[in-house]
Design a protein around this ligand. Structure first.
Ligand SMILES: Cc1ncc(COP(=O)(O)O)c(C=O)c1O
Length: 360
């Protein structure tokens, strides 16, 4: 493998070298089938085996029982937050949405075109830096579901506990699934795009209560209906077979490395290294309520914002890449998903310390 940089990309993001090497080896020919994995049918038994194993791993990793359907779909997380109201709150039914960062706000915008939307909590006025406890969200009893994002990738804020609403909980976990130890039974519908924690872009994992899927709008074209995807075992049309295969490898890697509990422990430890430095003085700043800070996306600014470009340029010279904050908010962001080694986080911390010494 060629030299690799410390890759803090928010997504598509870093993958473990072991996984990349395995893929590289298998790309000269998968097992003894005489082809690579991207050259065979999604209905071939070799691929069906890969798909089955990926699902079984997800079930073990998240301790899912038979009440849940596990789906692999295309279209990214954006398609999911567009399909959710279409399937479950069409014909102007009521649905509750929390607006707690950029991604949940995008979901609000799409859903408002489809359902009778109520905002059950908004932290927009406070710059998305603090989220009200879920128990205080105002949700109508006739709401079909409540939707929120567990980890807002752009603002670096998360809800660090599981919900207990009277209505079904639909949650975007794109940037935290497999990094936070959740009790899956407390959720009714989870979705996450792959390109942060389990592979290349082009595949999205959905975990949905089977009973809920019976309520999908039957008037939609089949390709937009979750129940049809479930009925066809996520093979309603040709899936992204390569991304599915890589996702399976990532799930195996999680299982070999201690599972979700271990990933959560590592994520807390890695993020704390950066938060400790940020909080140690006035030079770096993070505006998020401490108890809600993301363990995957650490955002920060420099007191003198004129130094930001210099910071990014100097960081690059130390092989610390992709630290620029999202274009909508600016500042810096270090995304430290499960594949990110602690050494890389320490290298960033050391660089930040040196930069502060020189320019602080
Ligand atoms: C929390 C969250 N939700 C949704 C998305 C959108 O995902 P996609 O680009 O796969 O549609 C992202 C992408 O960064 C995200 O971080």
């Amino acid at each position: 493998m060629k030299k690799r940089v410390h890759n803090f990309s928010a997504g598509p993001a870093i993958l473990p070298e072991e996984v990349l090497n395995e893929i590289k080896d298998e790309f000269s020919g998968y097992q003894d089938i005489g082809s690579t994995i991207i050259e065979i049918s999604h209905r071939d038994k070799t691929f069906l085996e890969i798909a089955k194993n990926a699902e079984s791993s997800v079930r073990r990793l998240l301790d899912l029982d038979d009440d849940y359907e596990v789906l692999f779909m295309q279209g990214g997380a954006t398609l999911q937050f567009s399909l959710i109201p279409l399937n479950f709150a069409s014909k102007n039914a009521r649905a509750s949405y929390a607006e707690i960062g950029s991604w949940s706000s995008k979901a609000v915008k799409e859903a408002s075109k489809i359902c009778n939307l109520e905002i059950c909590h908004s932290s927009k006025e406070t710059g998305f830096n603090e989220i009200k406890d879920l128990s205080g969200w105002e949700i109508s009893s006739n709401s079909k579901f409540v939707h929120y994002c567990k980890n807002e990738t752009i603002q670096g804020i998360r809800i660090p506990y599981d919900p207990s609403f009277q209505v079904p909980a639909f949650v975007d976990m794109s940037s935290c699934l497999f990094s936070e130890d959740i009790d899956a039974k407390r959720y009714d519908f989870i979705y996450a795009c792959a390109q942060k924690n389990f592979g290349p872009s082009g595949i999205t994992l959905i975990i949905a209560r089977k009973a809920l899927l019976k309520k999908c709008d039957q008037d939609l074209p089949n390709i937009l209906r979750y129940d049809m995807h479930a009925q066809e075992n996520s093979l309603l049309n040709t899936p992204n077979t390569f991304a599915w295969y890589v996702a399976g490898k990532m799930f195996d890697w999680y299982e070999k490395n201690g599972g979700v509990k271990e990933m959560e422990k590592r994520s807390i430890e890695k993020s704390q290294i950066l938060y400790d430095l940020i909080d140690s003085g006035e030079f770096y700043q993070n505006p998020v309520l401490k108890s809600q800070r993301s363990v995957n996306n650490v955002v920060f600014t420099i007191r003198d914002s004129n130094l930001e470009q210099l910071f990014l340029d100097e960081a690059k010279k130390q092989d610390l890449f992709y630290l620029k904050g999202h274009r909508s908010v600016g500042g810096m962001r270090a995304s430290i998903y499960n594949s990110m080694k602690k050494e890389s986080v320490v290298a960033l911390r050391d660089f930040m310390q040196d930069f502060e010494k020189q320019y602080g």
